[in-house]
Design a binder for this molecule. Structure first.
Ligand code: GLC
Length: 559
C-alpha cells in the first residue's frame, strides 16, 4: 500500500470540494463498489466471506496507486445478525455484527482501514422489515396486549377467515401470515420470516433513528436503504386494484396488482426528511435509497427539494432495458428531463438482485466487448455509478445446480433465483479462486474462474480489469465527467453519442451497440484524441472528421 494521507481513525473523511474549490458532497462524484459480503473474501475458511476478508482486500480496491481499481466508496450488503432466511435482509439485531461476518470491532477496523485509503463505507440498512426472530417481533407476537404489538402490522382475519386484504408478497403468495396463537395476521412484504415494521407508530420511528445514530457514531459514511418506498402503507389497508391489460407489466405489477396502497405512500417522505436531518448532524453522510419503482417520474419526489430527502435514489430501469442504444438513450433523456437541478441520477446495471449485465447483454462473439461498452456508459453518464463486485473482471452469472440453490426466491421460482450473480469473487486460478481455502464455498465457483480472475488480469493492459482501471482513473481526473452537463448528439442507428461539459472542458462519448461497424460524423472534434477506449490500442489516437467504431466498441474523446 502506498502513502495514505489520512491518519488511522474511523472519523469520517474531510469534506470534499469541486474543481473550483466549492464544497461538494463526496457522494456526488464518487464511484461506489457494492460488496456482497458473503462472497468477497473468506478469512476463516468457513466458505462464507467476512469483514476481516474485506479488510485484506482493500488495497485491491484503492491503494492510492494505479495498480488498484480506484473506486471511492463501498456499499456492504447487510452485516447485522440474521438467521439468513433472506441472506441478511432479515435482521435480528440492528446494532451488532453477524458472527459469520465478524465482530463489531471488525467493522471498526474496516472503517479505519478504508478511511486510510480514502475509501468511504456505507452500510445496508433494512428498515422495512425485521427478522421474525428479532426480539421486537418476538415480543410483538407474544400477545395482543404486548406493548410492542403495534410495532408490526397486525389485523384480524377478514370475514371469511382469510387475510385482511389482497396484498401479495414480492416473493410470491399473500403478504399476510396468520399467527395461530393470537389469531391475527401480520404483514410481510417479503418472506413470512420478514415481518414489516409499522412506521405509523412513533416508537418504531424513534427506534430506527437510534439505529442510524448508532452506526453514524461509529463512523460509517452513510447507508443504502433497502426498499425505502415500502416503509409506509395505506392506513386503511385498501385492496390493490388490478392493472388493465394495456398497462400490465410483469415487474411493476408483480402478483397481478397495481401497487397503489402497499408502497410509495406520501408519509414515507416525512421519515426520509427526518433521516436526512440526522445524517446532516454528522457532516457529509450519504444515503442511497432503493426506490424500486420502475417509473422515473415517481422516483423524483424521493429527492425532495434536492437537499432535504434522499441524496441518491437508485434508478433500476437499465436492468430492464434490452441491448439497444435508442432504448438506453430514451431512458437517460427521460431522467435528465425529470430530475430537479441538484438531484443526481444513480443508474443501476447490476446488483445482488439482478442477473449480471455481462450475462444479460451476452453475445457469442461480442459479449465481453458489450460489457465494456455498458461499463463505459455507466461511468460516463451524469450521476453516481455503483459497480457490483467482479464486474470489473467480466464475471458472469453462474448456473447453480438445483441442490445448491440458496436464495429463497430461487427455491420458490427455479430460474428466477439470485444465486447466479452472488457467487464467490474470482481472485486467482488456485483452488477456491483465492476466495476461500474451504473446498466447498457457500455457492459454487464459476467454471471460468481459472481464467477470469484478478491475478490473470492485473498485469495485462488489454484485460477487462485494466479497462476499468483506466476508465475510473480518467473519470476521477475529468470534471466534465463528474460534474458536467449531459447532452446527447444525433448519431447513426445503434449508437449512443453524448457530450459531457464542465467549464471549458468537453468530452464526447461514442458507444456502438451494433454488431457491425458504425461511422460517427464528428467534424468539430477533428484533431482531438481518444482518452479511453474499450480497445486500448485506440487510446491516444487522433480523430479525423469521422470516427469509425468497431462492433460493440466505445471511446471517450476529450476536446
Ligand atoms: C431488497 C434487497 C433484496 C431483498 C429484499 C427484501 O430488494 O435488495 O436482496 O431480498 O429487499 O429485503
Amino acid at each position: 500500500m502506498k502513502e495514505h494521507p489520512q491518519e488511522s481513525s474511523n472519523e469520517p473523511l474531510a469534506a470534499s470540494h469541486d474543481e473550483d474549490g466549492n464544497p461538494m458532497e463526496w457522494w456526488r462524484n464518487a464511484v461506489f463498489y457494492q460488496i456482497y459480503v458473503r462472497s468477497f473474501q473468506d478469512s476463516n475458511a468457513d466458505g462464507v466471506g467476512d469483514l476481516p476478508g474485506i479488510i485484506e482486500r482493500l488495497d485491491y480496491l484503492n491503494d492510492g496507486t494505479t495498480r488498484s481499481l480506484g473506486v471511492d466508496a463501498l456499499w456492504l450488503t447487510p452485516i447485522n445478525p440474521s438467521p439468513m432466511f433472506d441472506f441478511g435482509y432479515d435482521v435480528s439485531d440492528y446494532c451488532d455484527v453477524e458472527p459469520l461476518f465478524g465482530k463489531l470491532s471488525d467493522i471498526d477496523r474496516l472503517l479505519v482501514e478504508a478511511h486510510r485509503r480514502n475509501l468511504r463505507v456505507i452500510l445496508d440498512l433494512v428498515p422495512n422489515h425485521t427478522s421474525h426472530l428479532h426480539r421486537w417481533f418476538q415480543e410483538s407476537r407474544a400477545s395482543r396486549s404486548s406493548p410492542k404489538r403495534d410495532w408490526y402490522v397486525w389485523r384480524d382475519p377478514s370475514a371469511d377467515g382469510g387475510p385482511p386484504n389482497n396484498w401479495v408478497s414480492s416473493f410470491g403468495g399473500p403478504a399476510w401470515s396468520l399467527d395461530p396463537s393470537t389469531g391475527q395476521y401480520y404483514l410481510h412484504s417479503f418472506l413470512a420470516e420478514q415481518p414489516d415494521l409499522n412506521y405509523r407508530n412513533p416508537e418504531v420511528v424513534q427506534a430506527m433513528e437510534n439505529v442510524l445514530r448508532f452506526w453514524l457514531e461509529r463512523g460509517v459514511d452513510g447507508f443504502r436503504v433497502d426498499v425505502i418506498h415500502k416503509m409506509i402503507k395505506d392506513e386503511a389497508l385498501r385492496d390493490n386494484p388490478k392493472p388493465t391489460p394495456e398497462e400490465d407489466h410483469p415487474i411493476k405489477h408483480y402478483g397481478g396488482q397495481v401497487h397503489l396502497y402497499d408502497e410509495d405512500q406520501p408519509g414515507v417522505h416525512e421519515i426520509i426528511r427526518s433521516w436526512r436531518r440526522i445524517l446532516n448532524q454528522y457532516g457529509e453522510r450519504a444515503m442511497v435509497g432503493e426506490v424500486y419503482i420502475l417509473d422515473p417520474l415517481r422516483i423524483v419526489p424521493y429527492y425532495g427539494n434536492g437537499d432535504d430527502e434522499l441524496p441518491l435514489a437508485f434508478n433500476f430501469s437499465f436492468l430492464w432495458t434490452p441491448w439497444d442504444a435508442a432504448a438506453f438513450r430514451a431512458q437517460v433523456e427521460q431522467v435528465e428531463g425529470l430530475l430537479p437541478p441538484r438531484a443526481q441520477p444513480t443508474y443501476v446495471l447490476s446488483s445482488h438482485d439482478a442477473p449480471r449485465f455481462r450475462s444479460r447483454f451476452d453475445h457469442p462473439q461480442l459479449g465481453a466487448a458489450r460489457a465494456r461498452v455498458a461499463a463505459m456508459m455507466l461511468l460516463t453518464l451524469r450521476g453516481t455509478p455503483f459497480l457490483y463486485y467482479g464486474e470489473e473482471l467480466g464475471m458472469a452469472d453462474v448456473v447453480i445446480p438445483s441442490d445448491r440453490i440458496c436464495d429463497p426466491v430461487g427455491k420458490r421460482f427455479p430460474g428466477l433465483g439470485r444465486d447466479p450473480e452472488r457467487t464467490p469473487m474470482q481472485w486467482n486460478g488456485n483452488t477456491g479462486a483465492g476466495f476461500s481455502t474451504n473446498g466447498d464455498p457457500w455457492l459454487p465457483l464459476a467454471d471460468d474462474y481459472t481464467t477470469v480472475n484478478v491475478a490473470a488480469q492485473v498485469d495485462d493492459p488489454s484485460s477487462h480489469l485494466s479497462f476499468y482501471r483506466r476508465l475510473l482513473r480518467y473519470r476521477k481526473q475529468t470534471p466534465a465527467l463528474t460534474q458536467g452537463e449531459y447532452r446527447a448528439l444525433d448519431s447513426p442507428a445503434d449508437t449512443f453519442v453524448y457530450v459531457r461539459e464542465h467549464n471549458r472542458q468537453r468530452v464526447m462519448i461514442a458507444l456502438n451497440f451494433a454488431d457491425e461497424p458504425r461511422v460517427v460524423q464528428c467534424a468539430e472534434w477533428r484533431g482531438t484524441t481518444i482518452k479511453v477506449a474499450s480497445d486500448p490500442k485506440r487510446e491516444a489516437q487522433e480523430i479525423g472528421r469521422e470516427l469509425s467504431l468497431a462492433p460493440a466498441e466505445g471511446v471517450v474523446i476529450e476536446a
